[in-house]
Design a protein around this ligand. Structure first.
Ligand SMILES: Nc1ncnc2c1ncn2[C@@H]1O[C@H](COP(=O)(O)OP(=O)(O)OP(=O)(O)O)[C@@H](O)[C@H]1O
Length: 569
């Protein structure tokens, strides 16, 4: 909460000003019943018509003044909470963007989305309510009680007891309801996750006729969310009926006790009207406090979830031995596990000189992408050393490591924008570099056929392109920055053999000094590499050049023969 409260600091002046206006409006509201009692008890019996008109006019001015003050203060409150939430959302977004992958995995993407949307909304609502009702309501309760005690202590005591009972009810109910809101918010995470998965895989779902199953899955998550909200709602729903009951009970008591006091000559009859007005004011203010409590309880649960993310160290720390290595990149006994149980990469060692090509081959799930993720310092190895640019990656910031790379991951997607924007990808690249990348990536052939060429708009995820066309644009994106090291993760999986062969030839011709890391399931794509790593279950089963592996690694040979027939040798 402290972290989130800090976001109010830049707007504290405006918030205080708004609260002061609310305070003044509440004072005006508190004066009104006193004037009313005076009219009934003094001016009406004296038949002083001019004074009655004057007091009536003054009451109107006070009522309008209070309303105008409340409107102004509410607008100021809305602005302050909107602006502070915008700041909070901006910082949270920045933090999420820079969160190390291992930590982002722990939260899950949907939970991060829900923190950025639902939870910041709850914070907005909480601060809005606190500014609107956080001062006015307690002020009306305290001021109202004090004035009534000054008017008539016995009746005031009745009022005080009913108000106290109302407050305790609200407090206990809210305390019981708070944990359910946390539960409901985590259920919303699941709903968001399923929605995201469905939005991303809508074609697959349709193609596999899985809509029914997906609908059931969504329905299940939706039901869980509803159940959690219902539990919270069921507890919180007690508030209004109980407070309404107490209000009616209180009004009856005020009239009864007031009548007894008037009969006994202890107070004038007009004060009963003032008491009734104060009582209604106090009860509605107590209800206002209840609403503030509900918002606070939701907001506090959200603030906790936001703080958790905000307080994460945004990048991996710098450590490791600073010894220089002669090779550009490599690993020495690198071992890594995503969940700290079974290693997903075990004891991997290799070296690669500048300008050389590394081929990584292996069945699905064998750790090929994981190996590259360690090179990019998306994750840190649990043991062993990973170095890039001749230096242990742990001595370098992830940004410094990643700046050396151009990467085309198979899971990457295109954004809504033109082809040019997708390739430049918010980098300030010369147009000719983008054009050259399109040529090398073998994308020219289809881009030039489009009426607007590079300026053709793409739909989200490149839905208006074929799989192979999308893949070539992703390769162009990786090439356009002319990186020192180029990583292509299954970049040819959607390309026919001829296009793939042209791509490899163009890469060697146009980027002769670039170090290449090629992940592929095709032997043909890595056969010219200076070093080929054959991975299985996260371990290197064989490594070397193509010709050497044909001799030393029977499984590699078998794979090459299966895929390439006589061309394998
Ligand atoms: N973010 C992640 N969190 C947890 N486990 C993961 C994660 N990414 C990959 N894994 C696991 O690590 C292992 C290796 O996965 P990896 O993606 O490196 O394989 P791969 O050889 O690149 O597979 P493919 O050819 O299918 O892309 C797999 O068992 C996979 O389930």
């Amino acid at each position: 909460m402290k972290t989130v409260l800090g976001y109010l600091r830049p707007y504290a002046g405006r918030a205080a000003c708004g609260v002061l206006i609310k305070f003044s409006a509440a004072v005006l509201e508190l004066i009104l019943p006193l004037l009313l009692a005076n009219v009934i008890d003094v001016l009406v019996p004296a038949r002083d018509l001019p004074a009655i008109w004057r007091t009536g006019g003054l009451m109107l001015v006070l009522a309008f003044g209070a309303a105008a003050g409340n409107i102004l203060a509410n607008r100021m409150a809305a602005r302050v909470s909107m602006e502070m939430t915008r700041d909070l959302r901006r910082d949270l977004y920045h933090q999420i963007q820079h969160l190390p992958c291992a930590r982002a995995d722990r939260y899950s993407a949907s939970s991060l989305v829900s923190r950025l949307t639902n939870d910041t909304y709850n914070i907005h609502q909480m601060f809005d309510k606190i500014q609107r009702g956080g001062v006015r309501a307690p002020m009306l309760v305290l001021g109202g009680l004090t004035l009534t005690f000054l008017l008539e202590p016995v009746l005031a005591l009745v009022q005080f007891c009913v108000s106290l009972l109302t407050f305790l009810t609200i407090f206990l109910v809210t305390r019981r309801g708070v944990p359910f809101y946390g539960e409901a918010q985590s259920a919303v995470d699941t709903v968001v996750r399923i929605l995201r998965e469905n939005a991303a895989g809508v074609r697959v779902i349709k193609a596999l006729a899985s809509q029914r199953r997906e609908q059931d899955r969504f329905e299940q998550a939706n039901r869980r969310d509803r159940a959690a909200e219902e539990r919270a709602g069921r507890v919180m729903a007690l508030t209004n009926p109980i407070t309404d009951l107490l209000l009616n009970l209180g009004l009856t008591l005020v009239v009864l006790v007031g009548a007894v006091q008037v009969n006994a000559g202890a107070m004038p009859a007009g004060q009963i009207v003032a008491f009734l007005t104060y009582f209604a004011l106090i009860q509605s203010a107590t209800l206002g406090i209840a609403k503030v409590f509900v918002r606070i309880s939701k907001g506090v649960a959200s603030a906790r979830r936001i703080r958790q993310v905000l307080e994460e160290p945004p990048t991996q720390s710098l450590s490791g031995a600073d010894a220089r290595r002669p090779e550009l990149l490599g690993m020495e006994g690198a071992t890594f596990s995503y969940h700290g149980v079974e290693p997903d990469l075990a004891d991997v060692s290799f070296t690669l000189q500048k300008g050389q090509t590394l081929g990584i081959l292996g069945p699905t799930g064998s750790g090929k992408t994981t190996l590259v993720s360690l090179l990019l310092r998306l994750y840190d190895a649990d043991s062993g050393v990973v170095w890039v640019g001749g230096q242990d990656v742990r001595c370098q910031t992830p940004r410094a490591v990643q700046d050396r790379f151009g990467v085309a991951f198979q899971s990457q997607s295109l954004i809504a924008g033109t082809i040019y924007e997708n390739i430049a990808f918010l980098r300030d690249l010369p147009r000719q570099d983008v054009e050259a990348a399109v040529d090398t990536a073998q994308a020219r052939e289809f881009v030039s056929r489009l009426p607007q060429g590079l300026d053709t708009p793409l739909e989200l995820r490149g839905a208006n392109l074929s799989g192979g066309q999308r893949q070539r644009l992703l390769i162009a994106r990786a090439l356009a920055g002319r990186p020192e090291i180029l990583v292509l993760d299954n970049a040819d999986s959607a390309l026919d053999y001829q296009t793939a062969a042209r791509l490899w030839a163009a890469l060697r011709r146009d980027f002769p000094r670039t170090t290449l890391v090629i992940i592929s399931e095709r032997v043909a794509s890595v056969r010219d590499a200076d070093c080929i790593l054959v991975l299985e279950h996260g371990r290197i089963m064989a490594s070397g050049r193509h010709q050497d592996l044909l001799v030393s690694a029977p499984r590699y040979r078998k794979m090459a023969e299966l895929q390439m027939g006589g061309e394998a040798v």
